[in-house]
Design a protein around this ligand. Structure first.
Ligand code: ZN
Length: 158
């Protein structure tokens, strides 16, 4: 049993983007296109089928701590409904991607930043969550820098 939970962006955010075609947090217009890159979709955390799936690009701010410095950036989701990811298992669909794990503490302060590279992502996640100051972690793309998913400690198992 892992000690953490990988979570996508909230389904309410994805639903709002799909219906309003705007960023729910910023109001900027969302951009719809045929997938020209792997993504992944920030709701189901699957990579896009290039040239087959429609996707929406919008501005997303991943910090939920109001004391954290906001970090808005571009993310993609599927145009069509898909299932949010929320599980105590690292999603296999993300394993091939270049990843960075960032552990954040009080007020969104960056405590630890680790590139996964050739390491097993699970061990990197465990390493970052070992820091007692770390409250949660973000997965980011190690090349593009953009936010991919959030990782929380599994409650009751710490
Ligand atoms: Zn999706």
């Amino acid at each position: 049993m892992s000690r953490y939970r990988v979570r996508s962006i909230p389904e309410t955010i994805a639903h709002a983007v799909r219906t309003s075609l705007r960023s729910p947090q910023y109001g900027h217009p969302a951009h719809m296109e045929m997938a020209a890159g792997y993504g992944p979709c920030r709701l189901c955390l699957r990579t896009f089928e290039l040239g087959v799936e429609q996707r929406l690009l919008f501005t997303y701010q991943p910090f939920t701590d109001p004391a954290a410095l906001p970090a808005p950036g571009p993310v993609f989701i599927h145009r069509d409904p898909c299932e949010p990811y929320d599980a105590p298992v690292f999603p296999e669909t993300l394993r091939p991607l270049p990843l960075v794990v960032e552990g954040y503490g009080e007020a969104g302060a960056l405590v630890a930043q680790r590139r996964v590279g050739d390491l097993r992502v699970e061990s990197v996640l465990e390493q970052v969550l070992e820091y007692s100051e770390v409250r949660y972690a973000h997965l980011r793309n190690a090349d593009a820098g953009c936010f991919i998913a959030r990782v929380d400690r599994e409650t009751g198992l710490v």
